[in-house]
Write a new protein. Structure first.
Length: 392
């Protein structure tokens, strides 16, 4: 077996998914700019919207979230607000009940976030519904930035930006998650300019209400599946970087791994459930973007990392005195995993030069995909959301 060939193929896939793909999009976007006319006549577009917040035991954050909502720069008479707190056993429902302009939906039975969304959408009468998590703070002009993109009839969903609250000194989770979302934001913006963003994050996104289809109650990643269903209906997802939601990172790597594992299990569920996205003949451009951005990262890259190291060791062991590409790669991998170990041992330390945590977070992120895969296969990932403890 040609170990060198296999190793090179795996390296090319990783390089393509994280760097080559976005490079290709940037080239095409540069070409498109030469012929594209920019329409800015949408500032006056202000349709009725409904801000939907699904909350489970969020008494610590509910008041802050409501005050943030009330301060948003959008006409009050056009902004409807619904909170659904099914299953909450703390003071969240009573806090929301104090605000007469917020519609509170509450049942004592807890069936999960997806079931809550399905129930809440029956009460939405506005043409656009905006989803937002209860533990995030929205930028003042977030709603205006989102709705103006809907003036284009081909747009069925708009994804906002997720930001991690940045501090002068961060630990492994803060720095790793922050760097990850900085990269994802650039990629999402590039995808949006090219054709369509691939999916949306639940912290902040919106869809045309008429495009919502009831989703199965065992759905783990409701936000991702709702947004991709819109794409399957022939519409595009656009990205609004000036509409952002800020949240704190998980309090430690253990909590972050738990959160990422759940997301990973939901990603595999979506992959097998929305098989139409894997058909290159239905929509070749969408297929190319979906495979490049998501499928390769879910199916090949996580399992490639340990395999690349093992193959590299086997190749290097044949000629330890050789100086070639594979020997240089071997030493680079040793250095990389030394940085991973440093990140592991100092994960709770808050340091100024937090980029040192990037290798460790990258490995944790891919480890969560491996764990999530087996959780999905073994059907051990519950649909009921277990909140991750976050920094305050």
């Amino acid at each position: 077996m040609n170990f060198e060939f296999i190793l090179l193929i795996l390296l090319i896939i990783i390089f393509y998914s994280y760097i080559g793909y976005i490079g290709i999009l940037l080239i095409f976007n540069s070409i498109n700019l030469l012929f594209k006319k920019i329409n800015k006549n949408y500032s006056a577009y202000q349709p009725e919207v409904c801000l939907l917040v699904v909350a489970y035991n969020e008494e610590e954050f509910a008041e802050k979230k409501i005050r943030n909502t009330l301060s948003l720069n959008y006409p009050k008479k056009l902004l409807h607000k619904i909170w659904i707190t099914d299953g909450s056993t703390d003071k969240t429902p009573s806090i929301v009940k104090n605000y007469s302009d917020i519609t509170l939906l509450h049942r004592s039975e807890r069936k999960g976030k997806t079931a809550a969304i399905n129930r809440a959408l029956k009460y939405v009468n506005s043409p656009i519904v905006i989803f937002s998590d209860a533990n995030t703070i929205l930028s003042p002009n977030s709603i205006s930035e989102i709705v103006k993109l809907f003036i284009n009839p081909s747009v069925g969903c708009v994804a906002g930006e997720k930001k991690i609250l940045k501090k002068d000194k961060d630990n492994a989770v803060n720095s790793g998650e922050g760097l990850y979302w900085m990269y994802e934001s650039i990629l999402k913006k590039t995808e949006s300019n090219f054709y369509s963003t691939i999916g949306a994050a639940g912290e902040l996104f919106a869809i045309r209400t008429e495009l919502f289809n009831t989703i199965k109650e065992d759905t783990i990643l409701d936000d991702f599946e709702i947004s991709l269903q819109v794409v399957l209906n022939g519409y595009k997802i656009k990205y609004a970087p000036k509409a952002y939601a800020i949240e704190n990172a998980s309090i430690n790597i253990k909590e972050e791994l738990k959160r990422k594992t759940r997301i990973a299990a939901g990603s595999y569920q979506t992959l097998f459930r929305l098989k139409k996205l894997l058909n290159p003949f239905k929509n070749p451009i969408l297929w190319f973007m979906y495979v490049s951005h998501k499928v390769l990262r879910w199916t090949i890259i996580p399992f490639s990392l340990p395999l690349i190291f093992v193959l590299n060791v086997l190749i290097f062991s044949k000629c330890t005195s050789c100086i070639n590409f594979f020997s240089i790669l071997f030493y680079c991998q040793i250095l990389f995993y030394l940085l991973v170990l440093i990140g592991y041992f100092f994960q709770s330390k808050k340091i100024k030069y937090n980029f040192i945590y990037a290798p460790y977070y990258f490995v944790v992120m891919n480890l969560s995909l491996i764990i999530g895969f087996f959780k999905y296969i073994n059907k051990t990932q519950t649909v009921l959301w277990e909140k991750s403890k976050r920094e305050t």
